[in-house]
Design a protein around this ligand. Sequence first.
Ligand code: IUR
Length: 411
Amino acid sequence: MAHHEQSKATFPEHIRKKRNGEQLSAGEIRDFVQGVKDKTIQESQIGAMLMAIWLKGMVAEETLALTKEMMMSGEVMSWPAEWEGLMVDKHSTGGVGDKISLVLAPALAACGCKVPMISGRGLAHTGGTLDKLESIPGFNVYQSVQQLHRILEEVGCCIVGQTDNLVPADKVMYALRDVTSTVDSLPLITGSIISKKGAESLSALVLDVKFGNAALYKDLDSAKSLAQSMVTVGNSLGIRTGAVLSRMNCPIGRCVGNTLEVMESLECLKGRGPDDILELVTSLGGLLLWMIGRAGSLDEGKKVISTTLQNGAALEKFQNMMIGQGVANQIAASLCSTNADYYSILRRAHYQTELETQGHGTVLDIDGMVIAQVLHRLGAGRSKAGDPVNHSVGAELLVSLGQKVEKALLN
Ligand code: IUR
């Protein structure tokens, strides 16, 4: 990409322009992102610009320029020519019990796709895929670009943390958004998420945009706007991008908490997962297969993904991915055996208790947000980046929506 000259205006002028609700030019956006990356603009100025963007928004053209500049602020990956059309990934805006990546990445690899999944850690009430995987002894989420290539070559999928040089501007901006109350801005979220996916040089991307009381955006309309913004920018960058809007009130599946979610993911990979997880995995995966032309329709794509969960092909990929990312052969094999004794390998919580209902009735709602907040207080999540998490903290739902419960039943 040709680098344009820096615009002549000074940075306070750029801030004033956005503050006054004017549109920034591509050059001005480039100055901003370059300044963030090179640390030539002050944190106070970055904070002021972030707030101006939060308040005044950006038109589609500005959001695209922001995303492109962020993407180009670091390394953009390149892949062997024979993988053309096969590079796929998924992003979720975050949910309670969202372990979809752990099942979907190996299922897609079993379909011949290459999945260079770069994931995040949990913050606030939502869990992070990297934290979940780190509850498996030996699992190393930090892999060099060379290692990433090797694992994709040999296995087809990996789930790793953001490498140092991938979208460095986002690292700075994200940390400052967190402390300036500018996280929930459509252009800033779009830029942050799509720049990182763009740097993965994908053929296709599917977005799982959540709505509901345990999601970032509570109502369907705002989730739709976010999906639309990300789909537009993704497609403009040359990535076939699609979105699924999914409800995030109840936790996904029956388990919440790092270790328990790994166990539930393994059960899904053994063909024994709950229906809601299966529905999400097959929908997201089926859509991707359809988008890259490996399935003739969404339905066909869903069936292909479902087959990999039933016939052990996805499980084998997960086993090899674990080994590729540092887990001992013996441990990976034990976790993937049909009747695995998970707690012979994973850490069980010191204390376990069953919550009993005080009366009888029907389960009308399961509030994922409350469950997440309680587990957070017990140590499952972190309050700020870098805090440790307790992998063994978790909750398992013993009842489902619509189920009748009475005190005696649970005693
Ligand atoms: N995840 C990201 O990578 N970026 C964001 O802005 C949000 C979630 I919100």
